[in-house]
Every structure is written in structure tokens, then in C-alpha cells.
Design a protein. Structure first.
Length: 158
């Protein structure tokens, strides 16, 4: 099982980048960071959120080839789906997969799959409710997985 580190965002930041408590935990949404810079790993993205992400965006977990970093508890409604007050933002747990150039993307995807399996079990979420970011907003995300050019397709991930 992938190691899960907690770097939970403080309440003062939660109020600025989420819709607060009340996530229905009915879905899991998969994203990719699209940040290919070296060192843009899970820990760096976790620190970004803990420090007050200025992008007005939030997500529950970031996963790389070594670990997963949890930034928000599951009951928080993160802003990641691009669907306003819809099911993506209000009823989904969001998982970002790192694509940093100094990481192993295939291993990051495997780690994300392990994490998703754990979340599914913990929250009683069926596989049918594990979706791409694209499902909510039409955004081409997770782009590498959607294209299949980096070793995994969406079908293989599921």
C-alpha cells in the first residue's frame, strides 16, 4: 500500500479554497497536476495547499511515485471539478496524480490506484463512481491517462 502522509490545511485556509464541510463522498475524481517541473511531487503540492494555494482550487490528495499526501479530510467540499455546486465539487473526493519530470509516472498511477481502492473501501464508493475530471467539466484531465501516451489508459487504471 502506498504511504499516506497527512499535511492537512488549516481551518483559515479551508474557508478560502473550499465550500466547507458537507462532502457527500459519493464519487472519486481523478486528476493530473499537469505540473511537469522537477520536484513538483506530492509533498510539494501538499505544501502548496497547506501554505494557502492562491489559485482558489483545492483537492484532497496528491500522489506521486513514492507517496500520497492528504491535504483535506474527506468531509470537505474541495474546489477541483469545475462544476460549481454540482456533484463533482460537493460530493467527490479528489485525487491528483503527479506528472513531474523527475518522477515515475507509471508508479504514480499505480500508487493512485491503490489509494483509490482504499478510499472506495473506506467510503463505500463503487468503481462506477470513480471518474475523470473530464466527467464534470469537459476539461481534458487527466490528459496523459486520457491519451494513453505515458503507459496507462483510463480503462487500465480502472
Amino acid at each position: 500500500m502506498v504511504t499516506i502522509l497527512k499535511n492537512l490545511v488549516s481551518q483559515s485556509i479551508i474557508n478560502n479554497v473550499t465550500s466547507g464541510i458537507g462532502n457527500g463522498c459519493k464519487w472519486i475524481t481523478i486528476h493530473e497536476t499537469d505540473n511537469e517541473k522537477a520536484t513538483a511531487n506530492a509533498n510539494a503540492h501538499g505544501r502548496l495547499q497547506a501554505g494557502g494555494n492562491s489559485r482558489s482550487a483545492s483537492w484532497h490528495y496528491t500522489v506521486d511515485d513514492k507517496e500520497a499526501v492528504q491535504s483535506f479530510n474527506h468531509n470537505i467540499r474541495c474546489w477541483a471539478a469545475g462544476d460549481g455546486t454540482g456533484n463533482g465539487n460537493y460530493n467527490s473526493i479528489h485525487v491528483e496524480i503527479c506528472v513531474n519530470e523527475d518522477g515515475d509516472y507509471k508508479k504514480a498511477v499505480k500508487n493512485a490506484a491503490e489509494l483509490v481502492k482504499k478510499i472506495m473501501k473506506d467510503e463505500n464508493i463503487p468503481l462506477a463512481n470513480v471518474v475523470q475530471h473530464n466527467h464534470w467539466s469537459g476539461k481534458n484531465c487527466p490528459s496523459k491517462m486520457r491519451s494513453g501516451k505515458c503507459g496507462y489508459t483510463w480503462t487500465q487504471f480502472k
